[in-house]
Design a protein around this ligand. Structure first.
Ligand SMILES: [Zn+2]
Length: 340
């Protein structure tokens, strides 16, 4: 990685389409939340937290993730986390982001959905005012919690309590033992309410899960979708129907979906004509940032500055941003690329 490439990426206006709210909590934010709630087992000092965040395997990742969820006890905690996540995106020149929220995990811990909605919307409006980054929400079903109650509750939040900025409906968590098809009624309701469908699929299981996400859940973009590479017919379908993949390279390495970055399927998928976007998933927990993911993409995909600008533009194009926001961010990307 040439220093000039890293600088170019750092200044490049970008859109982030696959990033989880709690999974984006920065150690600084977690330290503040832990200080507010001294009974929590989470370390209160930054050095201890950085060690805590260096996760050793997937089970440890889940432990860290849930310990942060447990620190979100009041609407003010949620507001702080949300504001600081957006602030961290803005510092990386992310001008538009779709942030995946899992309201169910907070509601079951005692924050009413009305207070949840108000807190995140308040943070979004304040962060856009202060930093200029436009944010839209994706509400996702935590797959591990099953149907009912998590899926039934989440579609209720999305339809009956929709915040102004909600644009899409998702499904996260494990894929093994969590067939996509059981969520068909929830996604049908979401789409009937005007929400886009963006389930995770083909991360830890094969192409059949992606087929199911498309056929049963009406997926318009696929979260991860890297295993599409194993099915040429599916690859052709994704190309023909213009269904993009939300790729997060470091996440795939951390969860051992891909063993080595050189083996990442993103190159074969891109070369076959699939629309790919680059995203960060749960960046501090995977020791990464969106800028670092762009740097990895530059290496794996062999991108120069023009290629990186095109990658950023693709994310804008396939986002669910309002048209005027898309036009504005595209213009910023083009202006930056022309002057760099
Ligand atoms: Zn994800």
């Amino acid at each position: 990685m040439l220093p000039s490439t890293a600088n170019f990426i750092a200044g490049l206006p970008k859109a982030e389409l696959h990033v989880h709210h709690v999974g984006s909590a920065r150690p600084e934010t977690v330290a503040e939340l832990a200080a507010r709630h001294p009974d929590s087992p989470v370390p209160k000092d930054l050095d201890g937290l950085r060690r805590f965040f260096t996760f050793t395997d997937f089970a440890h990742f889940i432990e860290v993730y849930l310990s942060v969820v447990d620190l979100l006890r009041t609407p003010e905690d949620l507001r702080l986390l949300t504001y600081e996540v957006i602030e961290g995106l803005a510092a990386q020149q992310v001008r538009y982001a779709e942030l995946t929220m899992t309201p169910y995990t907070s509601v079951v811990r005692g924050i009413p959905i009305e207070a949840y909605t108000e807190a995140i919307e308040d943070a979004r409006v304040a962060a856009e005012r202060d930093h200029g980054t436009v944010v839209r929400w994706v509400y996702d079903i935590p797959g591990e919690s099953g149907v009912p109650p998590a899926a039934d509750a989440t579609i209720g939040y999305a339809v009956d309590h929709a915040p102004d900025a909600l644009v899409a409906f998702g499904l996260g968590g494990p894929e093994i033992g969590v067939p996509r098809a059981q969520f068909a009624p929830h996604f049908a309701r979401a789409q009937a309410a005007g929400l886009h469908s963006v389930p995770h699929a083909g991360e830890s299981t094969g192409p059949e899960t992606i087929w199911s996400a498309i056929r049963d859940l009406g997926a318009e973009r696929i979260g991860h979708g890297v295993r599409a590479v194993d099915d040429p017919e599916l690859v052709a379908y994704l190309v023909q129907h213009g269904i993009p993949l939300e790729i997060s390279p470091t996440s795939n390495l951390a969860t051992r979906v891909v063993e080595r970055i050189e083996d990442h399927p993103v190159r074969a998928l891109r070369d076959a004509g699939v629309t790919v976007t680059i995203n960060s998933d749960d960046p501090p927990m995977f020791g990464t940032t969106l800028n670092r993911e762009y740097a990895l993409a530059a290496e794996v995909l062999g991108l120069d500055a023009a290629g990186l600008a095109a990658l950023a533009r693709t994310a804008v194009d396939v986002s669910f941003a309002p048209e005027e926001v898309k036009a504005d961010v595209r213009e910023q990307i083009d202006g930056y690329a022309a002057s760099a």
